[in-house]
Write a protein that binds this ligand. Structure first.
Ligand code: FMN
Length: 419
């Protein structure tokens, strides 16, 4: 995913280089990332929570046992509600805790609980950095998948010279950009995360690719065409498919709902990025296109912000976006066994869905009425009709989680060839 729409969780440890973390927040935000900061107790000796809060524009988390923080956003959610975790400065102490799986304060607990990539920018005295204990810890953490940027060689605050200076903020930004290009959620092993006693795993051993949310189609660097999709239904299906034993890849447009646990998530913005991510995620047993993909984009999005004052308002010359559902359904080789589309309609819901089923060449359409009065777009409930080649099955008004669970059970039956 691009840095400009990413959510960064920044853990600031207790070292002199903490002052550079303030600049790092600015640099990340300048590039469009949102930054939520966590400050260790030692970190607060070097920079104030007030500075971090003012620069990040968000409250700063410091305490594992804070009733207020826990009520607002629990520590597990905090560890997951980000696309990338950055530790800067990463002290010898934080690295040692993370290498050994300690979780006795907020920062170390988040590092153990997160399902996202962690990028560490170590900073410490050169003897601390070169100490065999730190060497061992860094090697362990690299083996566990932690990414590192720096440290640099240079003059230290303590007057010594050598390796241990924290990488410069812009170098950390570049490393974050590179890290965000890879998938953001680290999935749990297959079947883990499923409730004990759940004997019914209709998608066990299946690979499922799901799209969710809206797309944003740029007009210029600050404006875009979007729609009201929240991603709630697509994300609920991803959760339900993972709970049903599937290996799930979720390709999400810009949404504010958190990434589902145990699901590999790729974040995209435009329809064309979504298609590329879908093609990269195939082959799969099931493809579910729940995203509200923009049908059109601006043919020539402007590189500079459009200005008022021209003789006439700018004309947005629209061109058609690629049709992701039809492309997947029409694949000559590697077509998923089941291709499921969603139809968001405001009138003649079933008739339009039947036409869509035939036009796109997919196996099933989940049709829903998204007229404003239904509150479906952005809401927590949905009323859907399953439109297949042999008929229509209409479900009552249900929570989106329940629609997801029923749909997953239905797909499990279709895959097993059950009537
Ligand atoms: C003035 C001063 C500067 C320090 N600078 C560093 C540093 O750059 N890197 C480091 O690993 N520890 C440094 N320490 C030690 C850490 O603050 C100490 O290990 C602390 O327990 C780290 O806590 P934290 O990892 O929870 O932030 C410094 C200590 C002091 C008093």
């Amino acid at each position: 995913m691009p840095l400009k729409s990413s959510r960064i969780l920044l853990i600031v440890g207790g070292g002199i280089a903490a002052y550079k973390a303030l600049d790092l927040v600015r640099r990340l935000r300048e590039r469009g990332a949102s930054v939520r900061a966590v400050l260790t107790q030692a970190g607060a000796q070097f920079v104030t929570p007030l500075s971090l809060a003012a620069l990040s524009g968000q409250s700063v988390h410091q305490d594992l046992f804070s009733l207020t923080d826990e009520a607002e956003m629990g520590h597990i959610e905090l560890s997951r509600d980000a696309d990338l975790v950055i530790v800067a400065p990463a002290t010898a102490d934080l690295l040692a805790k993370a290498a050994n799986g300690l979780a006795n304060d907020l920062a170390s607990t988040l590092l153990l609980a997160t399902d996202k990539r962690v990028l560490a920018a170590p900073a410490m005295n050169l003897r601390m950095w070169l100490h065999p204990a730190t060497r061992r810890n860094v090697a362990t953490l690299r083996g566990d998948g932690m990414l590192f940027v720096g440290p640099d060689d240079g003059e230290m605050a303590c007057g010594e010279y050598g390796p241990g200076r924290m990488a410069e903020p812009l170098t950390i930004v570049a490393a974050a950009e590179a890290a965000l290009k890879t998938q953001t959620a680290i999935p749990l092993p297959l079947g883990v995360g499923v409730r004990p006693g759940a004997t019914d795993l209709p998608l066990k051993g299946r690979r499922v690719v799901i799209t969710s949310g809206p797309t944003h189609e740029p007009i210029d660097p600050v404006r875009y065409i979007a729609n009201r999709s929240s991603g709630k239904q697509g994300h609920a299906i991803a959760r339900a498919a993972a709970a049903a034993g599937a290996e799930v890849v979720l390709i999400s447009g810009p949404v504010s709902v958190p990434d589902p646990v145990g699901v590999a998530v790729t974040h995209v913005e435009t329809a064309r990025e979504m298609l590329a991510a879908v093609e990269g995620a195939l082959p799969a047993d099931v493809y579910i296109g729940a995203a509200a993909v923009a049908d059109w984009r601006v043919g020539s999005a402007q590189a500079q912000k459009l200005k008022k004052g021209a003789s006439a308002p700018p004309a947005l010359g629209l061109v058609e976006n690629p049709d992701i559902l039809a492309t997947v359904a029409g694949r000559k080789s590697g077509r998923p066994g089941l291709v499921v589309g969603f139809a968001a309609e405001t009138n003649d819901v079933i008739a339009h869905a039947q036409q869509k089923l035939a036009r796109k060449g997919c196996d099933l359409i989940v049709a829903n009425d998204v007229s404003p009065a239904t509150g479906v777009m952005g809401g927590d409930r949905n009323t859907v009709h399953l439109v297949g080649p042999t008929g229509v099955e209409s479900w009552p008004d249900l929570p989106k989680d329940e629609v997801a669970a029923r749909l997953v059970a239905h797909l499990g039956k279709l895959l097993s060839g059950a009537p």
